[in-house]
Design a protein around this ligand. Structure first.
Ligand code: PHE
Length: 474
């Protein structure tokens, strides 16, 4: 049995042939493209700018960048290597090292089950905006927030858009055609990049925006608190698609010709560059429209409130909005597909379901779980939770549980598993199994995975939980 086969690095070929639904990525480029398609999404466009605006701008940016090149790098290398070595998705990957590790996989599998539903809720909002701009009504969205809050405060409409988005995602996953969709990324992602750069440059010319630029890029160290670090850490996991099994699954689809370290660097650069530009596009503009207080109080609606105001100033808002939200829609779709794909591949591996049956079951679950976060802004609006100093909607609570609690926990377990229980060689050997690979950052990797990351994650986790329980306020 594979689960006692600890030391063989050749196990993966055996397992791959057992997974009927698996196709290997044909080369490094297609792998990077797929991983980037998963990474680049609402995390960059919607989540990053709101968080950066809220948590001190430059302070958040600095912490985030440091985390990406250290923690993000270490974890992504570890996940991809574990996936490639075992040839399995998360649950079975950990189990194949021994039954006692199976729980790590199960916990990992839980994360996308929480994220996918609320991700699709935001996907629904994007769909609504795309439709509004396409049908010529975009101007109405530029009213500084009334349109947006009015929309999410109804229940039927947002539910309808969410359902539509979920149907689309599950159709793609159920038919197994995501590779085709991801190819389109080669066109849409560069388009998104061009737009975000263009819009950023324009936004910087709005009177008052330069103060916002300073806020965004100049770190004030006094703004760095535990809350900043917790938020930046959660954002890093979310944006890089880490700590939820995706990179394990993708790693299981890659061959040994792929240089893991190089790939990880490239995925990180693409994802982080785009997040940075999205901040440029939104934060200086929020400043121009509503000053520093407006920025700090920014909720999750920044993308939906500030950008239409920027578009409105250009004189060709309708076209710009339509094309822009098309690109955002696409980025959200490909990320949602990768999220749903993980859940579906678990269902297939665990319960031996066919792809279509698994997709149908997952579809129902996601749809049901998407109802509470949608209604949390309308009919169930009273159902807020006070976490630390913050009042949270149902969507925020799901986001908090996955990004600030479960993901650090999964990441901690992965560090302990690789760093201590199995030893870093389980990853290092796999990285070096690629003929040309040198693993230049091996030293960094070892120190991070054994010492720095686990200690740090433990602190983050404890403070997150204490904060959640109201014991301390961070
Ligand atoms: N990384 C994606 C984003 O930034 C979201 C995502 C998270 C996708 C986890 C897949 C897995 O939008």
């Amino acid at each position: 049995m594979s689960n006692t086969n600890h030391d063989s690095t050749g196990v993966e070929q055996h397992h791959k042939s057992q997974r009927k639904h698996v196709t290997l990525f044909s080369n490094r480029f297609t792998f990077i493209l797929a991983a980037a398609a998963s990474a680049i999404g609402l995390g960059n466009l919607w989540r990053f700018p709101s968080l950066a605006a809220k948590y001190g701008g430059g302070a958040f940016l600095l912490v985030y960048l440091l985390l990406v090149v250290t923690f993000g790098f270490t974890l992504m290398v570890a996940e991809i290597a574990i996936g490639r070595r075992t040839g399995k998705s998360a649950i079975d990957a950990f189990r194949s090292f021994g039954q006692r590790y199976a729980a790590i996989g199960v916990l990992t599998a839980l994360v996308p089950v929480i994220i996918t539903p609320y991700y699709c809720v935001i996907g629904g909002w994007i769909s609504k905006y795309l439709f509004t701009y396409l049908s010529g009504g975009g101007a109405a969205t530029a009213d500084g927030g009334g349109f947006f809050s009015g929309f999410i405060a109804t229940s039927g409409e947002p539910l309808g858009w969410t359902a539509l988005f979920v149907v689309l995602v599950m159709l793609v996953v159920g038919l197994g055609v995501e590779k085709g969709i991801e190819k389109l990324n080669g066109v849409v992602m560069p388009m998104l990049l061009l737009f975000t750069i263009g819009i950023s440059i324009y936004a910087l010319t709005i009177p008052g925006a330069l103060d916002g630029l300073a806020y965004y890029i100049i770190p004030h160290l006094s703004d760095i608190s535990i809350a900043t670090v917790v938020a930046a850490m959660g954002q890093m996991f979310f944006s890089l698609s880490l700590a939820m099994g995706i990179m394990i699954t993708y790693g299981s689809y890659t061959s040994r010709d792929t240089d893991i370290e190089k790939s990880v660097r490239q995925i990180e650069i693409a994802d982080t560059a785009l997040a940075f530009i999205c901040g440029l596009m939104i934060i200086p503009a929020v400043f121009a429209f509503s000053g520093v207080e407006g920025a700090r109080q920014a909720g999750p609606g920044l993308l939906f409130i500030t950008l239409p105001q920027v578009f409105a100033q250009t004189g060709f808002a309708t076209v710009l909005g339509a094309v822009f939200f098309f690109a955002v829609f696409f980025a959200a779709l490909t990320s949602a597909i990768s999220l749903a794909e993980t859940v579906v591949s678990f269902a297939m591996d665990r319960f031996g379901l066919s792809r279509r049956k698994a997709a149908l079951a997952v579809f129902v679950v996601i749809l049901l779980l998407a109802i509470p976060p949608t209604l949390g802004f309308s009919d169930w609006g009273a159902a807020t939770l006070t976490i630390g100093a913050a009042q949270m909607s149902i969507l925020d609570v799901m986001d908090f549980i996955s990004n600030s609690v479960l993901m650090p926990l999964v990441a901690l377990l992965v560090c302990l598993f690789v760093g201590w229980w199995r030893g870093p060689d389980v990853v290092i050997d796999e990285v070096k199994a690629t003929k040309s690979a040198r693993f230049a950052s091996e030293g960094l990797f070892k120190v991070m995975i054994r010492w720095v990351a686990p200690l740090f994650l433990l602190i983050i986790l404890i403070s997150s939980i204490l904060n959640g329980l109201g014991v301390v306020s961070i």
